[in-house]
Design a protein around this ligand. Structure first.
Ligand code: UDP
Ligand code: MG
Length: 133
């Protein structure tokens, strides 16, 4: 059974969508093994988002991602790494299909409610980064 790292971003709290999003994950048959709120800082974001740290939009990501708590989760399930990416929807807001979390609830490529690890390797690194194991 796979494990992945999922994180609800600050807009999920601000918009009152935490419960709805967690429900979709559970309804798919995935289990939330652990969950905790965290307040991120620029240092951990530079690590977590190293692949976009040199992009012009990075300062906006830092401002957004430090604007309130996030919900860090370890999610377990059959094929849940790719499965969660499907459930989340595409990164570009215009490509996020209806029926996905981003497609149904987000309307911005930057402020897009949810993060999910994009490979088995990333899942392991991100679980270690945010849960220390
Ligand atoms: N992002 C952005 N503009 C872009 C691409 C990405 O603001 O053109 C932000 C967005 O919040 C995204 C995050 O940077 O979730 C990380 O980008 P990535 O390509 O890893 O997308 P994801 O894995 O979140 O779909
Ligand atoms: Mg990513």
């Amino acid at each position: 059974m796979e494990k992945t790292y999922i994180m609800l971003k600050p807009d999920a709290f601000k918009r009152g969508l935490v419960g709805k999003i967690v429900s979709r994950i559970e309804a798919k048959g995935y289990r939330i093994l652990e969950a905790k709120t965290l307040q991120l800082d620029e240092g951990i974001l530079k690590e977590h988002y190293a692949h976009v740290a040199d992009k012009p939009f990075f300062p906006e990501i830092v401002e957004y991602m430090t604007s309130g708590p996030v919900l860090a989760m370890i999610v377990q399930g059959n094929n849940c790494i790719d499965g969660m990416r499907m459930l989340m929807g595409a990164t570009k807001t215009e490509e996020a299909l209806a029926g996905t979390i981003r497609g149904d609830f987000a309307n911005s490529t930057g402020e897009n409610l949810i993060h999910g690890a994009d490979s088995a390797e990333a899942a392991e690194i991100e679980i270690a980064r945010f849960f220390g194991r």
